[in-house]
Design a protein around this ligand. Structure first.
Ligand code: PBG
Length: 331
């Protein structure tokens, strides 16, 4: 209930910066951010990703430097994605299980450089390792088989945990994978390794630049609609999230981010687990393109879009703008 004008003037509290500051409901801090980093082979390598201006693939030594930078900026966690050399990709993505693969070497390098000062989140899915670009293995009819894929994902998750990952993030959308991964982690003694499930992940057109970055885009045949969700569906996301919580997810993710804030909000109101969102590659590219075209101030667009996640109820946001945003927040 609000008194009518002029007893109430909404602009009173907005008249001065101190008052706006005093009435501000949500706060965005570097600790809200998770920084995705792309790894590539070599030493001293930086390869800019053409479709993601300002984002590069880094060789493992440079990934470690970026992680150190994240620590210094107050960013609590990085997310790692490998650009697997094409000759190591196969129909079953078995490179994902090699203890010495790019991902595992990146994890160890970050741990060496940062100790326990940073969380390392690793993506579980087979698309950076398969010759067809799908997140799992194909049956005779070209369908991504669920249970066959889960069996491999479990081994992939354990491989990452053995390398030192702190958070396993299954992004594959297979049914039952959270339960299988949780059980395997417990049995292997990785009781404190968390699972952040990509619980409500949509078959989105916003992933294009990411697929360039990990080199799966050129390989990908068809789409991922038999496992990723239909953008038309909201209620189904609640079922997906409920299932992942029941299976043992410590936190859940909604992806993409900004176009799906309704899903974030519903999840926040409905469930008692931390909800994260992934501001995905296409969203990042959109902001960069808008800024480059004079469509707005880059810094303001970055901070406003990240604040929107907080307002919607996110505990944190995965964003390629993490380092830049953290610098802005530090002034
Ligand atoms: C892999 C994965 C994808 C993203 C994160 N993990 C791509 C996909 O599902 O095709 C997208 C991230 C982004 O676009 O920034 N399963």
């Amino acid at each position: 209930m609000t008194a009518a004008y002029p007893n109430t003037r909404m602009r009173r509290s907005r008249a001065h910066a101190w008052s706006r500051s005093m009435h501000r409901q949500n706060v965005l801090a570097p600790s809200d951010l998770v920084w995705p980093l792309f790894a590539t082979e070599g030493k001293g390598v930086e390869e800019p990703v053409a479709t993601l201006p300002g984002v590069s693939r880094w060789s493992v030594d440079n990934v470690a430097k970026r992680a150190r930078e994240a620590v210094d900026l107050g960013i609590p966690c990085i997310a790692l994605f490998p650009n697997t050399p094409p000759n190591l990709r196969s129909p079953d993505g078995k490179e994902a299980l090699d203890p010495d693969n790019l991902m595992c070497r990146a994890v160890r390098a970050v741990r060496d450089a940062c100790g326990n000062d940073i969380g390392i989140l690793t993506d579980v899915a087979l698309d950076p390792y398969t010759t067809h670009g799908q997140d799992g293995v194909l049956d005779k009819r070209g369908y991504v088989g669920n249970d066959d894929t889960v069996a491999i994902l479990v081994d992939q998750a354990i491989n990452q945990a053995e390398a030192g990952a702190d958070i396993i993030a299954p992004s594959d959308m297979m049914d039952g994978r959270v339960r299988s991964i949780r059980m395997a982690l417990e049995m292997a003694g990785h009781v404190n390794v968390q699972i952040m499930s990509y619980a409500a992940k949509y078959a989105s057109a916003f992933y294009g630049p990411f697929r360039d970055a990990v080199g799966s885009g050129d390989f990908l045949e068809g789409d991922k609609k038999t496992y990723q969700m239909d953008p038309a569906n909201g209620d189904e996301a609640m079922r997906e999230i409920a299932l992942d919580i029941a299976e043992g997810a410590d936190s859940v993710m909604v992806k993409p981010g900004l176009p799906y804030l309704d899903i974030v909000r519903r999840a926040y109101e409905r469930f008692d687990v931390p909800v994260f969102a992934y501001q995905v590659s296409g969203e990042y590219a959109m902001i960069e393109a808008a800024a480059a075209a004079g469509g707005g101030s880059r810094d303001a667009l970055v901070l406003e879009s990240l604040m929107a996640f907080k307002r919607a109820g996110c505990t944190g946001v995965l964003t390629y703008h993490a380092a830049h945003a953290a610098r802005l927040l530090h002034g």
